[in-house]
Design a protein around this ligand. Structure first.
Ligand code: GLU
Length: 493
């Protein structure tokens, strides 16, 4: 098995391309085959280095490393189409010798006029040379004009072309619907269809797994395999990814570039998991798993024929799972860019890990981190006016706070050191101490005790475990914030 991802560097790595990459990678891994990356940069105007870099980067971040490719080389190098021009010339010569292609001298304007005519007659535009045009063409050839393209001559009497697809049933194309298509442009650049086939042949590709949007290209590509006398690869066209409104997934529905998702704090593991399920279903029904597991189960016949719908709630759910399952040192590393607005210089690694551990439960994305940890870093904590008047200022709240400051804090088991062990010990003891404290304030309900303390220390009444919060804030900060809250007066109406 030799499969490839053949992206065009004309945009950032699209979610759909990332999924195609993943399906190819899973298939290669399942069969112990090779996964190849080939850059299809024949669109000179739209291809950009920054897009190629984004594609490499995105694939690496998903863990989809390739066995052969532009940067790593391989037995069929080069893997960048613009570096393979002599190869396309050789393969074009074969088609010239066998008469499958002809030089077409028609100008852009003349072709446009043909297209306009078809449009006016309300028939689909299918490029064929008329007798008259064939004469003009022959004259220009004789005159030695250099303004020409090579077109593939689609035989009129060719039987219908059947695409046998590994995912869907046979698709039949009538050759009358296929115009003579360009294989080599005026600039000497091959067209997508031609270069794609030459590369798949010369790189010994066995399976072409790609999006359904390429299905209309396949009959033309099959004609070229026939012209070259080569056996075509197995084709597998996966259905498109649709937005929840069942229209084509586009910018209007939100991010379409993989990097946008990763930058929002979706973990590559979760995105990979999500993409694998976007049109494929594991036979064991286990939906939360790593790519190696999916690879062990992967087969083309479990790729759905119906379109996959991009369900952001599912991605959010998978991402939340991944955040909660991740080992803390690793989560700490991934969280780094999202904590960069805070001064963490006085925080030990162990403290940062404990912090992430206590705030990660409700997270769906890492970019929610700043809002969920900001109170740990604020110099002057802001408590919303309604919390001040409803929770802090009432007599009951003030009584709890006074008691907290006088009876609880002096004895509270804060951690002297900030090693993992010291923090863990302090956290356990703090849980016990808080229990005893709540008991001592009976008959007040736990909520009546906890809310004023939480509001005073964190500016909110829900949030991370209070015991760990106390340990992380440290005795001095806790004391300052509690005292400040004790002074809070009801805002007069
Ligand atoms: N360059 C094509 C694309 O980016 C590749 C098509 C294929 O996989 O054959 O869509």
């Amino acid at each position: 098995v030799r499969v490839r991802l053949a992206p065009s560097p004309t945009g950032y790595l699209h979610i759909g391309t990332a999924r195609a990459a993943l399906f190819n990678w899973l298939f290669a891994k399942h069969h112990g085959g090779a996964f190849i990356l080939r850059l299809e940069d024949t669109d000179e105007e739209r291809s950009k280095c920054e897009f190629a870099t984004d594609i490499y980067d995105g694939l690496h971040r998903l863990g989809l490393h390739w066995d052969e490719g532009p940067d790593v080389g391989g037995p069929y190098a080069p893997y960048v189409q613009s570096e393979r021009l002599p190869i396309y010339q050789q393969w074009l010569s074969k088609l010239i010798e066998t008469g499958w292609v002809y030089q077409c001298f028609l100008t852009e304007a003349e072709i446009e006029a043909k297209r306009a005519l078809a449009h006016a007659e309300n028939v689909p535009f299918v490029f064929r040379l008329s007798q008259e045009e064939a004469l003009i063409n022959a004259n220009r050839l004789r005159e030695g004009s250099h303004e020409f393209v090579y077109r593939f001559k689609v035989p009129d009497d060719h039987p219908p072309i059947v695409v046998h697809d590994a995912i869907r049933s046979d698709v039949t194309f009538d050759v009358a619907t296929l115009g003579d298509f360009v294989v080599m442009k005026r600039s000497g650049m091959p067209t997508f269809n031609f270069a794609n086939v030459v590369d798949d042949i010369t790189m010994k590709i066995t399976h072409v797994i790609r999006g359904e949007d390429h299905l209309p290209n396949t009959p033309r590509q099959l004609l070229m395999y026939e012209a070259f006398g080569e056996t075509p690869p197995v084709f597998a066209h996966a259905s498109m990814i649709l937005a929840p409104d069942r229209s084509k997934l586009s910018k209007r529905h939100g991010a379409t570039a993989l990097s946008e998702y990763l930058n929002m704090g979706y973990l590559p593991e979760a995105v990979g998991n999500f993409l694998a399920l976007l049109g494929w279903s594991p036979p064991d029904g286990v939906e939360v798993a790593g790519l190696q597991h999916f690879a062990s189960l992967f087969s083309l016949d479990r790729i759905a024929q119906s379109p996959a719908v991009f369900d952001i709630d599912k991605l959010n759910w998978l991402n939340g799972q991944a955040i909660r399952a991740m080992a803390l040192p690793e989560l700490r590393r991934r969280a780094e860019p999202f904590l960069s607005t805070f001064d963490t210089s006085h925080w030990s690694e162990a403290k940062l890990e404990l912090l992430l551990d206590v705030v990660r439960e409700p997270l769906t994305r890492l970019n929610e981190l700043p809002a969920s940890v900001d109170y740990f870093f604020q110099q002057d904590l802001t408590v919303a006016p309604d919390l001040q008047s409803d929770v802090l200022a009432p007599d009951e709240g003030q009584k709890v706070l006074a008691h907290f400051i006088e009876a609880f804090l002096p004895e509270a088991p804060f951690a002297a050191a900030s090693t993992h062990e010291a923090l863990a010990d302090a956290r356990t003891q703090m849980i016990e101490a808080l229990k005893t404290f709540t008991q001592s304030l009976k008959p007040l309900k736990p909520k009546a005790v906890m809310w004023p303390i939480r509001a005073a220390l964190t500016g909110r009444v829900h949030g991370a475990e209070l015991a760990a919060t106390l340990v992380l804030l440290g005795s001095e900060c806790v004391m300052t914030r509690s005292r400040r809250a004790l002074a809070v007066q009801s805002v007069s109406p």
